[in-house]
Design a protein around this ligand. Structure first.
Ligand SMILES: *[C@@H]1O[C@H](CO)[C@@H](O)[C@H](O)[C@H]1NC(C)=O
Length: 397
């Protein structure tokens, strides 16, 4: 049914544009009509941007339609505000980035970005970030490799939906939600090599009311990273692995924010397979203040995960600037409920909190984690809380 409708839009959009009154009905802008070429080589960035500006200028709901085929887009920033608040990007095909990271667009931190929009949704499609050459550069230890661009960024936007999108081989993060409000991410499929550097699946920062439901994320860095300023986040039915797991933080790096806080996060019904971490909270050993509170981790299945449950307040990669410093981020009201499966290391539960700001109100209920068919261990430093129900490893709270 859906394909029938899109096919008829495909054929009749010109007629629709000519005859339908813009005030009363939705219009579709097919990128082919704006000069896009589905040959995987011709740069279609200009055509995508022209289709976008037509949709954005429309006073009635509008669809930008990307049909089947491979469209090379060097870089595109879709800016709002728009005249309507119902713009759909309906994608059947694949959008390809350049694999040449040294080109001019390679210097940008963003490949496809939406800024200052309200009511934009993306439905379907595949984004191919072409990251493998940049990963190889980074993996070779060459310090002059560029950072690379995140594949899809929403910035300063509200009422955003991403549904049924596949994102592969990003150069940097796959999806970034920055300064947004009310974002629904559904049924996304994210894939990059397990050793690809910095290819986080979904990164959030300064955003509230974000739902991520039904995601399949296989990547080389965090599956989902929850950055400073995140509130009211709901994560449900997410598969992670390979990768670094779901991480709140790192916080306290000092990225120019006065305070780095995260509150009201629910992470429910997750599976982690072969990841370095499962459910992680990490803060730098630094004096940047902040809080992490009201977090619920519920119903998680771990399969051979190195650190299934971990709070690390002494995060200090490269050991520069932070050794010996205590984190000033206060962690409280964190609940772990029904977490089961296998740990790849003897310590399945590790709470390494800040000596000057101990974790408070950490609660554990029904934990069943084993290590090589033996009892796993828990480790507690500067943490207060309570435990109930079945507990393996035994609680150290
Ligand atoms: C927490 O966030 C959820 C959405 O994930 C929201 O429905 C709920 O009202 C929030 N709770 C509080 C106390 O703000």
């Amino acid at each position: 049914m859906a394909s029938l409708i899109t096919t008829s839009f495909f054929f009749f959009h010109t007629i629709a544009l000519l005859f339908f009154s813009p005030a009363s009905s939705a219009v579709t802008y097919n990128v082919l009509s704006f000069g896009a070429r589905p040959d995987g080589r011709t740069d279609s960035a200009g055509a995508f941007l022209r289709a976008w500006s037509s949709a954005c200028r429309s006073r009635s709901p509008a669809t930008v339609y990307v049909p089947a085929g491979k469209f090379f887009v060097s870089k595109a920033t879709f800016n709002g505000p728009c005249r309507n608040s119902q713009i759909k990007f309906s994608i059947q095909g694949t959008i390809l980035a350049s694999s040449d990271y040294s080109s001019s667009s390679g210097a940008s931190k963003e490949w496809l970005a939406f800024n200052n929009v309200n009511g934009v949704s993306i439905a379907g499609g595949t984004l191919d970030g072409g990251g493998s050459r940049l990963w190889a550069c980074k993996l070779s230890g060459n310090r002059r490799c560029p950072t690379g661009a995140s594949s899809l960024t929403f910035g300063n936007s509200k009422n955003v939906a991403i549904d049924g999108l596949t994102s592969i081989n990003s150069k940097l993060f796959h999806i970034v939600i920055l300064r947004c409000e009310n974002v629904k991410v559904r049924r996304v499929n994210i894939q990059a090599a397990g050793n690809s550097p910095n290819t986080d699946g979904i990164h959030l920062q300064m955003s509230s009311s974000v739902d991520i439901v039904q995601a399949n994320i296989r990547t080389g860095d965090d599956c989902i990273s929850v950055g400073p300023g995140t509130a009211h986040l709901w994560i449900e039915r997410v598969f992670c692995g390979p990768g670094h797991g779901i991480s709140i933080g790192s916080l306290g790096k000092g990225q120019g924010f006065q305070e780095e806080s995260v509150r009201n996060v629910t992470v429910k019904t997750t599976t982690f397979s072969g990841t370095t971490n499962g459910l992680r909270i990490k803060t730098w050993g630094s004096n940047i203040p902040g809080q992490v509170r009201q977090v619920v981790f519920e119903d998680a299945l771990m399969k051979n995960v190195q650190n299934p449950i971990i709070i690390d307040q002494n995060y200090c990669p490269g050991n520069s600037g932070c050794p010996g410093k205590n984190s000033a981020i206060r962690i409280s009201q964190v609940k772990y409920k029904n977490v089961r499966g296998t740990s790849a290391t003897p310590v399945a539960v590790s709470f390494d909190c800040s000596p000057s700001n101990p974790c408070r109100g950490i609660s554990m209920q029904d934990i069943k984690l084993s290590y090589q068919n033996q009892q796993a261990q828990s480790s507690c430093k500067f943490v207060n809380g309570d435990a109930s129900g079945f507990l393996a490893p035994p609680s150290c709270l």
